[in-house]
Design a protein around this ligand. Structure first.
Ligand SMILES: [Zn+2]
Length: 244
């Protein structure tokens, strides 16, 4: 990037306040040497009120996109508010997982020393591909093999963490790995298995390879890697839950 598009180094917050919110946030990210790819969470670098500013910026740019698509948003009442609606949808809904911190999760020590395979799912996944920003809709199954040092979290929390990771433009392989990292760090299980099966709408919508639109990915860690029986047990229980 050239010096004209990137604010100079060591700006004060007061100087930053004169820049658009996106520039301000980008400046802090670069200063902290943080990656800000489509599937990264950047909430630690966003200050109060800045999400509202981001939304207005996105709406303004979306209006430009509609203009370039030669859509008469003034006479066409259906598209009057489209730019604002899309901006709200991106920032507050479908890409929300980039902009807000992880939902708070209470961890409990494994008092009763559970050491049985635990399966959570199917959890509904709503994401978007980072290539076309088209929806990815699917399901996730999580297998946890706890040990006496694991932290247990409530069942509903798995779904909330999953939703937080998935509500970003994603690549399915990376999404599954990211979810595994988050769960591994929190739960610290002996083994962790994640399977994601999802429908990629860019395949349907663009009508290229319709039959290849469903993609399945998995991550196996610890005990699930070492123990083929445990892996089989997980996969067969998963298939049962699927039928039920
Ligand atoms: Zn795509």
């Amino acid at each position: 990037m050239s010096a004209t598009t990137l604010p100079g180094l060591f700006r004060s917050e007061e100087e930053l306040s004169r820049l658009p919110a996106s520039e301000r946030i980008r400046y802090r990210l670069i200063g902290a040497d943080c990656r800000y790819h489509a599937n990264d969470n950047i909430s630690a670098h966003i200050r109060e009120g800045e999400l509202e500013e981001l939304k207005s910026e996105v709406a303004k740019q979306m209006q430009g996109v509609l203009k370039s698509l030669v859509i008469d948003t003034e006479s066409d009442h259906n598209t009057n508010e489209t730019a604002q609606r899309v901006a709200k949808m991106f920032v507050e809904e479908v890409f929300r997982g980039r902009y807000v911190p992880m939902p708070s999760v209470t961890e409990f020590p494994n008092f009763s020393r559970l050491n049985e395979l635990m399966i959570v799912g199917p959890i509904k996944v709503r994401s978007a591909c980072s290539h076309h920003l088209c929806p990815i809709i699917g399901r996730v199954w999580i297998g946890i093999m706890p040990n006496e040092f694991s932290n247990l979290i409530g069942l509903s929390k798995y779904a909330r963490i999953c939703d937080w990771v998935m509500s970003r433009p994603q690549i399915q392989e990376e999404a599954v790995t990211m979810l595994a990292e988050e769960l591994q760090n929190r739960v610290k299980p002996d083994g962790l298995a994640i399977v994601m099966e999802a429908d990629h709408f860019c395949m349907h919508w663009r009508g290229v390879k319709d039959d290849e639109s469903v993609m399945t990915n998995s991550v196996m860690r610890g005990a699930f890697l070492r123990d083929a029986n445990l892996r089989r047990e997980f996969l067969s229980l998963m298939a049962n839950k699927n039928r039920g």
